[in-house]
Design a protein around this ligand. Sequence first.
Ligand SMILES: [Fe+2]
Ligand SMILES: [Fe+2]
Length: 259
Amino acid sequence: MDRRSFLNNMSAATVASITGAATLSEKADALEEAMAVELDKRIATPYFCHLDTTPEVIAGDTYYMHDDPRLPKMPEAPTLIDFFKLRFAPANHVLQSAQLAKIKGYDEKVVLACLLHDICVTNLIRTDHGYWCAQMIKPYVDEEISWAIQYHQALRFFPDTSVDYEYPEQYIRFFGADYKPEPYIVQAHKEAKKHRWYMTSRLITLNDLYSFEEGVVVDIDDFTDIIGRHFKQPKEGLGFDGSPVAHMWRSMIWPNNFL
Ligand SMILES: [Fe+2]
Ligand SMILES: [Fe+2]
């Protein structure tokens, strides 16, 4: 993180927490905490294909209804890897999660689930992301993978001591110590616990927690083989295969089209 720009752009609350600390060491702790929160925010900031959603109109154009010149042009039949390179990049969070799962030697299905578990968050939509991510990949992966991705959204909130999964400390910072998940999330956790694929979903949450590491760069090309074996790439390209989710992929190709 660029310390100078961080210090120049601190919020009033951050400044107050640092200046309000009594000792030098408490001030250092407050600063470190603020930087950690900022790093999480920076990595998880919702944006649609990295662009302002209200772009400047270009000369001779009333509204965008074409390729956005600020985005790399997509091939006519885009693959999942094209999306990673031309739309999702840097995609550090999912790449780091998948790499962690691979290093730990988990099944390739788990590695792919980790690679895809949050792809809609920074590129399409943030709210209810487990459900959205699961839906956009469902036609192309084994049902176990999309199921696991859907349920990871709920499982994150519930500890599982059998695999040393604890409630994420950062959620206390994000949502407050008294945050209670919505009833549908509680219900989803209950269902998932009884399901034969529970552990696949649980493994996503286990590889999720420690994956925000600054400076660790993972390449999507490291996953070419796993994607090739487990992701049914449509020959017409994602967005053009007439599947029920094709529009989601097209929305990432042309994120700023007017209608
Ligand atoms: Fe997630
Ligand atoms: Fe995640």
